[in-house]
Design a protein around this ligand. Structure first.
Ligand SMILES: CC(C)(COP(=O)(O)OP(=O)(O)OC[C@H]1O[C@@H](n2cnc3c(N)ncnc32)[C@H](O)[C@@H]1OP(=O)(O)O)[C@@H](O)C(=O)NCCC(=O)NCCS
Length: 211
């Protein structure tokens, strides 16, 4: 593992680095990946490099690279956006950019790692997200990580010639504590790296683009 920040059994999260931009741009120009994301191509490597620099400097963003423990392969990114330190809320986002890596449990574990970090270390009270109604894997991964449906935005997205619904989901600190936090053990068997134990984030800046 290289610079691990949050560690699960299958994947770990590390700080973003400028040269991740090359793969990020490749993925964000792939309609199989962007079909269920807000991001739309075409996106250049330079634009991705700028996005990485921006979110890494913004205290209201916590975005990490998502890496397989086996072979240290970069497969995506995951993190919290628009952190509101007064309301202690944030919005969760994740992408696994390689379709062959979907459905192997990596998304569920990464969601748990980030959500645990949000409550245990960042002391947030609420983490919300938006997911396309047709994104079955995403909805299931979030549900397994403790998120519950709060509502539906009807026909809020347009993809591939049709309108689709957006599902709003969230997890509250109280739910998370009742489910797993009360015993003091992380849900994802996470071992936080030294930076996490200090309470520091890897990222943070004006990046409002959600993934
Ligand atoms: C959404 C995403 C993060 C989910 O991560 P993942 O690693 O593929 O999901 P997991 O392997 O953890 O699976 C989660 C659950 O969904 C189920 N699942 C996965 N793919 C499925 C499919 N195509 N149909 C039905 N269920 C599916 C899994 O079986 C698992 O449930 P189970 O444990 O009860 O069996 C990932 O697929 C991805 O990044 N997709 C592209 C970008 C994206 O959509 N990002 C999220 C935007 S909100």
């Amino acid at each position: 593992m290289k610079h691990p920040f949050l560690v699960g059994e299958l994947v770990y999260l590390r700080p973003l680095q400028a040269d991740d931009a090359e793969l990020f741009a490749e993925w964000l120009n792939d309609t199989r990946v962007t079909r269920t994301l807000r991001a739309r191509g075409p996106i250049t490597v330079e634009a991705e490099r700028e996005w990485i620099a921006r979110v890494s400097a913004d205290p209201s963003e916590f975005v990490c690279a998502l890496v397989l423990r086996k072979g240290d392969r970069l497969i995506g990114s995951a993190g919290l956006h628009a952190i509101d330190w007064q309301a202690r809320s944030a919005s969760f986002g994740i992408k696994i950019g390689i379709p062959a890596m979907w459905g192997r449990g990596y998304g569920t574990e990464a969601t748990r790692l980030v959500t645990d970090h949000a409550f245990r270390t960042l002391n947030l009270n609420r983490v919300g997200l938006q997911v396309h109604a047709g994104n079955v894997a995403g909805r299931r991964a979030y549900e397994k990580a403790g998120y519950r449906v709060e509502g539906i935005q009807r026909e809020a997205v347009y993809r591939e010639g049709r309108f689709g619904d957006l599902v709003l989901m969230a997890v509250l600190r109280s739910q998370w504590e009742a489910a797993a936090g009360a015993d003091g053990k992380p849900r994802a068997a996470a071992r936080a790296g030294p930076a996490a134990r200090r309470g520091g984030g890897t990222a943070g800046a004006k990046g409002r683009r959600k993934r």
